[in-house]
Design a protein around this ligand. Structure first.
Ligand SMILES: O=C(O)c1cc(=O)[nH]c(=O)n1[C@@H]1O[C@H](COP(=O)(O)O)[C@@H](O)[C@H]1O
Length: 308
């Protein structure tokens, strides 16, 4: 992909889907989560306070920045330290940008449309300190309520990952439910993303974006589809390949999924998958070389399941 900008360049008009595809090709289809759980802080010999949080999170950026396709800080585990924890999240986003690594801020935001516009400004606007390259969002107030986030993400070259078939077993109660016309909630969500990507991809016409056009191009509105879901895509009638966007696949590592599950769950949509692992990689810390080795192994496992 000649002319593709550095993967971590944010605020450009080069679409997130194009930048993510380049980063996955360069580093392998792995997103490393930054989840500073109290137990991990303790295991790393750190206090469960803002200083410990900061050391933990910036060590991960230092170890894995420039070496993985994306980093995904888990907002909840920063928020639990209050406003100073959120300031550390802002630092993490800036540090990753500095080393050219894409960030997916995992805050799972969702609200009525007019309030969603506020969240969109916080996480997707140029110049906002919480704006990484993409945001996880919840469509369970109705997928259409996410329209302000879609609009701002596409306008700023950022992306979204919309919860669709989540890795936790309780998710089925909502996601497998059928609407009055028989479509599953998950399929409705997937259709929402597919429609946004179809519009975006049909508009790509020149430069780096244009070179990514074609059957393999990824739009910027992805889905979250857990690697632990078994045959839920078939059960719910979700056509993952038709989404033409990236598929963030948590559940790898600590939640039990590995290469066989990735291959089985994603079938002909495997090339769109960004496998995501947090504790499975972070448990190797705080040693930087050990963190790098763990991420390298996780990326190799994901690549073996998803590429080729
Ligand atoms: O959006 C997510 O990333 C997500 C969606 C989902 O369905 N399941 C899921 O585990 N996650 C997140 O992915 C991370 C998983 O962490 P590990 O189980 O330690 O790899 C956590 O930050 C979860 O909040």
């Amino acid at each position: 992909m000649t002319g593709t900008p550095p993967a971590g360049q944010t605020g450009s008009r080069t679409p997130f889907g194009v930048r993510l595809a380049a980063a996955m090709a360069e580093h392998g289809p792995l997103c490393a989560g930054i989840d500073p759980h109290p137990g991990l802080l303790a295991a790393w010999g750190l206090a469960d306070d803002v200083a410990g949080l900061r050391t933990f999170a910036l060590t991960v950026v230092d170890a894995l920045g420039g070496r993985v396709a994306a980093l995904k800080p888990q907002s909840a585990l920063f928020e639990r330290h209050g406003s100073r924890g959120v300031a550390v999240l802002e630092e993490v986003v800036a540090a990753a940008r500095e080393v050219g690594t894409l960030t997916i801020v995992d805050a799972k935001r969702g609200d009525i449309g007019s309030t969603m516009a506020g969240y969109a400004e916080a996480y997707l606007a140029d110049g906002s300190p919480l704006a990484g390259d993409a945001l996880t969002v919840s469509p369970f107030l109705g997928a259409g309520s996410l329209a302000p986030a879609v609009d701002l993400a596409l306008a700023t070259g950022r992306g979204l990952f919309v919860l669709c078939l989540t890795s936790n077993p309780e998710g089925r109660e909502v996601q497998h439910a059928r609407t009055a016309d028989g479509e599953s909630v998950a399929a409705q969500v997937a259709r929402f993303a597919a429609e946004a990507n179809a519009v975006e991809l049909s508009g790509l016409s020149s430069g780096a974006a244009g070179s990514a056009r074609g059957s393999g191009a990824l739009g910027s509105v992805g889905l979250v589809v857990g690697a632990t879901i078994g045959d839920a895509a078939r059960i719910t009638g979700v056509d993952l390949a038709a989404v033409r966007g990236p598929l963030l696949a948590p559940g790898v590592g600590a939640q039990g999924a590995g290469a066989p599950e990735l291959a089985a769950v994603f079938g002909d949509a495997r090339s769109q998958v960004l496998a995501s692992s947090s504790r499975g990689v972070l448990a190797a810390g705080p040693d930087v070389a050990a963190l790098r080795a763990a991420a390298r192994q996780a990326a190799a496992d994901a690549r073996s399941a998803l590429v080729g």
